[in-house]
Design a protein around this ligand. Sequence first.
Ligand code: PLP
Length: 410
Amino acid sequence: MQHTHSHLMRAYARQPVSFVRGNGARLWDEQGVEYLDAIAGVAVTSLGHAHPEIASVIAEQAGMLLHTSNVFRIGWQERLGERLCALAGMQKAFFCNSGAEANETALKLARLHGRRRQVTTPKILVMEKGFHGRTIATLSATGNPENQCGFEPLLPGFLRVPYNDIEAVRRAAAQSPDIVAVLIEPVQGEGGIRAASTEYLRELRALCDRHDWLLMLDEIQAGMGRTGAWFGHQHAGIAPDVVTLAKALGNGIPIGACLARGAAADLFSPGQHGSTFGGNPLACRVACSVLDILARDELPARAAVLGARLLVGLQRALGDHPRVLAIRGQGLMVGIELDRDCKELVGRALEEQRLLITVTRDTVIRLLPPLICDEKQIDDIVLRVARLLSTSVMGGVTTTGMALQAEPTT
Ligand SMILES: *Cc1c(COP(=O)(O)O)cnc(C)c1O
């Protein structure tokens, strides 16, 4: 097949590889070359590629009904809402098609919450290095000047504080009576794989209670079992007011959700929010199957086990590597921070190791393997990353010979 991307906008820096087929954690390109997938479509295909149950449910629903619109009741949407609320300790759901839209929904809820409190210029507390999407509102909430550059004026109404710093939140509270909500990731994904501490999240919950702020957890990357719990905030045992989901919820079928409880669950009235495609029968039925499989195969618990294995394996293989500053993660969200820009490693990993990785914040190798990986595949990821870092010429210094202890005893 002859390809050209001259008719695609240059929004992405794409690798010169195109995959045509997948199976579990494996992918094949147009030449039939096999790769190991350690990013799962950026935390989307947690059940792996071509999952037979997902494939058959898509086919069956496509043969029955794809779309009717939210003018009518949608049985699968009602079922999915009930199940997600039960899992997350929430009460009501709104469905959309992406993470950015889920966060837009949360931001609109925060505005309505402010209005009810009679705050005329409501402010939402967001975090340095946070990532919430690419629409104008979610881009304004995002803490990355590189993403924002060129799109000014950004939306006003966001106050930014350092992540994991409760004193900064207290200072913001003292200075700004206009704050109505906090939007935060339990583990920053794009921000370089950093987890909020349990104490921080608990104190944040207490501050939200004291000041009548909505605590809004962006679980779009960390949710759906990836961190070793159904939702990242559950490690801290806190109850947010709003939770946003997308990515792995549909295992590749686009779907996003905004869940809420308490007063936040009843802020919208008919006509105040909507989405043409949001929550259609196909997407909701697939998401119900995703929940079935995650629960039946106990994949959140598997993510904890496999994540620990990945982290220990990487620490053993790369802990002494001269370029590695830190290896950290929660469940199957793992980051390897290097002492320099390493964006080139994405292409090298593909070419030299047949391994899919991403690099975020220029210096952090991010690993987000599917939750259905087996132990051997996790060990294989460790091995290939170790080889990548031992053969790569980084900043002119070859580090060949490092990390040979990564070889598994097979
Ligand atoms: C990916 C992501 C988003 C944006 O989701 P899209 O579906 O790309 O709009 C928002 N928040 C977090 C934490 C994400 O990882």
